[in-house]
Design a protein around this ligand. Structure first.
Ligand SMILES: Nc1nc2c(ncn2[C@@H]2O[C@H](COP(=O)(O)OP(=O)(O)OP(=O)(O)O)[C@@H](O)[C@H]2O)c(=O)[nH]1
Ligand SMILES: [Mg+2]
Length: 377
């Protein structure tokens, strides 16, 4: 006896869809003069080439809202910071109005959660009015409390970026951080290319700044930091281990091992959302059948469970036909870790998401899963 792989895969897909639909929407204002690299930054940090997909929808005279179907993110892109004092002050007012409008909605999906103010390091100077504007914004922010992150774009010279960063930090502004980045590789000479960097730091700072109810969203939409995705995914595994351990506080007879499945599916769902890949039923089926299904048509039936137990050091002989709390934890951890490891390979471009369902992908998953089981706790 066990549970039908097909059925569980279908339920997991429904769970994933539901969780994605229910993600809170992240709203960011990206401000800065024309040409500083706002669009390049947006496309390098977020999935789905957001800034290339059109001009966005005008929301004020100098602001456009960029959204894309199935991406729980809205970017407010500003124009006109370079167009002389009068326009500048209009843009500033529009930024503040947009923040206030979001606040008065009392809806997390409408609120502005963060401002990235972009300054081009390569231009080698900061206009005094930019510092003035940051002062003004951070003053207004004492009421609105929207975190401001200054992003130093096109920082191929790390030395210039560090100097500019210190200069801005010395202004004692009410800002979260000043983060130098190079959003994409930069050809300095024919034979010298400055490598992109800093976007992972930006995501880390965002992760520390945003409230917890936006972190799954942040991880879902960002493509700049594998480390941050993994950190969040490992937290989901830890939660599932705690649940599985509690569920098996009274040892579970092998035939009832399927009672661990809901906890494990919730874990796989969260990890899927964090990685932000388009995971379909074929892929979920492959993940299940090459781990807790061990090649069978069912998962965690009596036979499969007893085979899995044999792989866990100490568990097989001591089990006496039951799954103990610690063994339930090990099985759950191994599933979560194997899934994180294979999705990390996809993130790194070592395979495509659909390759997971190939023979090679499934073999990789099985070997990862076995390794994690053998490691035990
Ligand atoms: N190699 C490299 N080029 C960059 C980077 N950031 C910006 N650029 C270049 O600088 C130019 C302007 O960048 P955009 O991203 O279009 O700047 P923007 O702020 O969106 O400009 P507007 O939309 O006009 O306000 C483009 O030619 C980019 O390719 C970077 O990190 N690396
Ligand atoms: Mg642009």
């Amino acid at each position: 006896m066990g549970v039908d792989v097909e059925k569980v895969a279908g339920e997991a897909i429904d769970l994933i869809g539901e969780k994605i639909r229910n993600l809170n929407k992240l709203n960011i204002i990206v401000a800065g003069k024309t040409g500083v690299g706002k669009s390049t930054l947006i496309n390098s940090v977020f999935r789905d080439n957001l800034a290339e997909t059109g001009m966005g929808k005008p929301v004020t005279t100098h602001m456009r809202k960029i959204t894309k179907k199935d991406v729980p993110l809205a970017i407010y892109d500003t124009r006109g910071f370079e167009l002389g004092k009068e326009v500048q002050s209009q843009v500033r007012q529009e930024v503040i109005d947009t923040i206030n409008k979001g606040l008065s909605s009392h809806d997390i999906n409408e609120a502005i959660h963060c401002i990235w103010y972009c300054i081009n390091t390569a231009s080698n100077r900061v206009e005094p009015e930019e510092i003035e504007w940051l002062k003004e914004l951070s003053e207004a922010n004492k009421v609105t409390k929207v975190p401001i992150i200054v992003v130093l774009t096109q920082s191929f010279s790390k030395k210039n970026a560090a100097a500019l960063r210190n200069m801005i930090l010395n202004e004692n502004l009410d800002i979260v951080q000043v983060v130098p980045v190079l959003a994409s590789d930069y050809d300095i000479d024919d034979d010298y290319v400055a490598k992109a960097y800093g976007l992972d730091v930006l995501i880390q700072v965002m992760g520390e700044t945003l409230p917890d109810e936006l972190i799954d969203t942040l991880q879902n939409v960002q493509i700049a930091s594998l480390a941050e995705k993994k950190r969040r995914a490992h937290a989901a595994v830890a939660t599932a281990i705690a649940s599985a351990t509690a569920e098996a506080a009274v040892p579970i007879p092998l035939a009832d091992s399927t009672m661990l499945i809901p906890t494990q599916m919730a874990m796989l769902t969260t990890i899927t959302v964090i990685f932000g890949f388009d995971v379909n039923k074929t892929i979920v089926r492959a993940v299940l059948s090459s781990t807790i299904g061990a090649g069978g048509a069912t998962i965690l039936g009596k036979t499969i469970a007893s085979n899995l137990l044999k792989m866990i050091p100490g568990a097989g002989s001591a089990a006496g036909g039951v799954i103990s709390a610690s063994t339930a934890g090990v099985i759950t951890a191994a599933l979560g870790e194997a899934y994180i490891a294979i999705l990390s390979m996809v993130f790194n471009g070592e395979m495509s998401i659909d390759d997971i369902a190939s023979k090679k992908g499934k073999e990789k998953l099985t070997s990862l899963y076995k390794d994690f089981l053998k490691r035990g706790k």
